[in-house]
Design a binder for this molecule. Structure first.
Ligand code: ZN
Length: 89
């Protein structure tokens, strides 16, 4: 089975970044933030057996961490400027 390593970590981190930036944390906005951030990041597909090793090796490096945070902040700003929930409120 193939897994994109970023998918899980982006899901978890998106909530933190949304809170830090005071953005909307509704389900639609979180989904949009995750989609944008994941599109911005390089895909890191691995077979599940090798996944943990690789995530420790790359995502936990300062560079991987910086890429992840930057992608999330940009995604949150983009979604905040154009929230899809807007028409409901
Ligand atoms: Zn929202």
């Amino acid at each position: 089975m193939l897994v994109n390593l970023y998918e899980d970590i982006v899901r978890r981190r998106s909530v933190d970044v949304i809170q830090q930036l005071g953005a909307c944390g509704c389900e639609e906005c979180v989904d949009d933030v995750c989609a944008l951030a994941l599109n911005r990041l390089p895909s890191k597909y691995v077979s599940t057996r090798g996944g943990e090793v690789f995530s420790q090796f790359y995502i936990n490096t300062p560079q991987g961490e910086a890429e992840l945070t930057t992608a999330l902040i940009l995604a949150v700003k983009t979604v905040s400027d154009n929230p899809r929930h807007g028409y409901k409120r």
